[in-house]
Design a binder for this molecule. Structure first.
Ligand code: ZN
Length: 235
């Protein structure tokens, strides 16, 4: 997993109890399958092939331009989907469509993959406050700065919280959104909104994001982009 955000998107994955699962297609149908990482790094196959980047450049300029070539071609994925099929290619995600099918997906649809997922990786029960905290963070991103931080999130709620925040923001804006977890803090960023705000002259927000991208702590003013899980505890 990338710990330093870049402008390029990595593999289109969902996280299940901390494990990345790649969204894949067999090429023939519309089903979106899940593919797990291999145990031995380097012994699997890439989410896409080098070929896809090369051929893409020739006939459909820009389609893969928003993806990180090194990350997508890293041989880390199993040869088969969870449901046992040989897969063709990763399904497009935040970086846009891949190949001619033009499909973008953010969740699996194959019922067998989902059933296997449930059996092996039961989802933790969502905490009561998850929806509220996700909503507050989504509001901060969409209405204010284009980014937000969420502090004090329990480990077993991280994946579901990130998923929920991304879904809320996508539903409201239709723009790509990314989440990262660094030292226990969830960072949510929506570059399109952030750039728009920057153009509107929010220097403060720009400084905070720039500091974050350089690995420094953001200069804190009123911290209205920070939501803390522990603030919203229900006793
Ligand atoms: Zn499947």
């Amino acid at each position: 997993m990338r710990s330093v955000p870049s402008d390029l998107y990595g593999p289109n994955v969902i996280e299940v109890n901390g494990a990345a699962m790649l969204l894949t297609t067999t090429g023939g149908g519309v089903a979106v399958h899940l593919t797990a990482a291999v145990d031995e790094p380097g012994s699997g196959r890439g989410a896409v092939l080098d070929f896809n980047f090369d051929s893409d450049r020739n006939d459909r300029a820009g389609t893969l331009a928003d993806y990180d070539r090194a990350a997508l071609t890293e041989p880390r994925w199993s040869q088969t989907t969870l449901c046992g099929r040989v897969w063709a290619i990763m399904v497009g995600g935040d970086g846009g469509t891949i190949g001619r099918s033009g499909e973008v997906a953010f969740a699996p649809t194959c019922r067998r993959c989902l059933a296997i997922l449930d059996r092996h990786f039961p989802r933790p029960i969502p905490d009561d406050r998850l929806t509220l905290v996700a909503q507050l963070a989504a509001d901060a991103v969409v209405d204010q700065r284009g980014f937000a931080e969420i502090h004090d999130v329990p480990g077993d709620q991280l994946d579901e919280l990130r998923r929920t925040v991304r879904a809320l923001i996508r539903k409201r804006t239709g723009t790509p959104v990314r989440t990262h977890v660094i030292n226990g803090v969830v960072y949510v960023e929506c570059p399109a909104i952030h750039h728009q705000r920057r153009d509107e002259g929010m220097r403060e927000a720009v400084e905070a994001v720039d500091a974050f991208l350089k690995g420094e702590r953001a200069p804190r003013r009123d911290q209205d982009w920070v939501t803390s899980w522990s603030t919203w505890g229900v006793t």
